[in-house]
Design a protein around this ligand. Structure first.
Ligand SMILES: CC(C)(COP(=O)(O)OP(=O)(O)OC[C@H]1O[C@@H](n2cnc3c(N)ncnc32)[C@H](O)[C@@H]1OP(=O)(O)O)[C@@H](O)C(=O)NCCC(=O)NCCS
Length: 199
């Protein structure tokens, strides 16, 4: 499906284009943003190459990656990015990033909500998974607010800065999406940080 445009209450999700390099660098060029992500802070040249790859993937058929820009409706600024990568069977992997000056305003929750509506609705997904590092409580909180369930701790799952990092794995199934639920409890660091994947 291309192009995709999704409306949220305060943001639009749209396809990236060639002119988005500086706006994306304002997000992922910030080391504070990438410090708990699975990639290093890119240079502008590296980010240009990443953007070009995503532009290609967006037009590929079948399309297996929906990597969309989140545009703040009030200002027209690109303030975040969200990715849903598809896998068999009817599964997706979710990731999101918000520009640092917009943290704490509910944007990640809103952006992910719009993408999940699209994933479970238009794409008919059954399972969406997402992961975050143990020392990323705001991302874990976003997942819990969305209704994701903790599945386990993936040991040495990513590499950054020359060392391996664990990930906390979460998932959400289609029948669980948009179900009424009690207010999400705050992330209990002990619960997720102590669990490990058996094996
Ligand atoms: C993680 C990230 C996407 C969150 O974006 P955001 O727009 O600030 O998220 P929201 O405002 O929707 O929700 C954040 C929640 O975390 C909570 N939070 C923030 N810091 C926290 C902390 N140190 N401990 C616990 N909760 C925290 C906020 O209070 C909020 O919860 P609330 O609505 O119950 O108050 C953003 O910080 C970011 O882009 N980080 C860098 C990239 C990243 O880590 N992406 C996720 C990859 S897994």
């Amino acid at each position: 499906m291309y192009p995709v445009m999704i409306d949220g209450p305060r943001v639009w999700l749209r396809e990236f284009d060639d002119g988005d390099l500086d706006a994306t660098m304002a997000i992922v060029g910030d080391p504070e943003v990438t410090k708990t992500l699975s990639f290093e802070t890119p240079t502008s040249e590296e980010q240009a190459a990443v953007l070009a790859t995503h532009l290609d993937k967006a037009r590929s058929k079948p399309r297996v990656e929906y990597y969309l820009a989140a545009v703040e409706q009030g200002t027209g600024e690109l303030i975040g990015m969200v990715r849903l990568t598809l896998a068999w069977p009817r599964a997706g992997d979710l990731g999101y990033i918000v520009r640092r000056d917009r943290w704490g305003l509910g944007y990640a929750t809103e952006i992910a909500t719009a993408m999940l509506d699209f994933g479970y609705g238009r794409l008919r997904l059954h399972r969406v998974q997402a992961s975050c590092e143990p020392d990323n409580p705001s991302s874990e909180r976003v997942l819990r607010k969305l209704g994701f369930s903790f599945e386990g701790r993936l040991r040495d799952h990513t590499v950054r800065g020359g060392s391996f990092h664990d990930s906390l794995q979460y998932s959400l199934l289609a029948p669980e999406w948009r179900q009424p639920r009690p207010e999400a409890p705050p992330s209990p660091p002990d619960e997720s940080n102590q669990a490990t994947v058996a094996g």
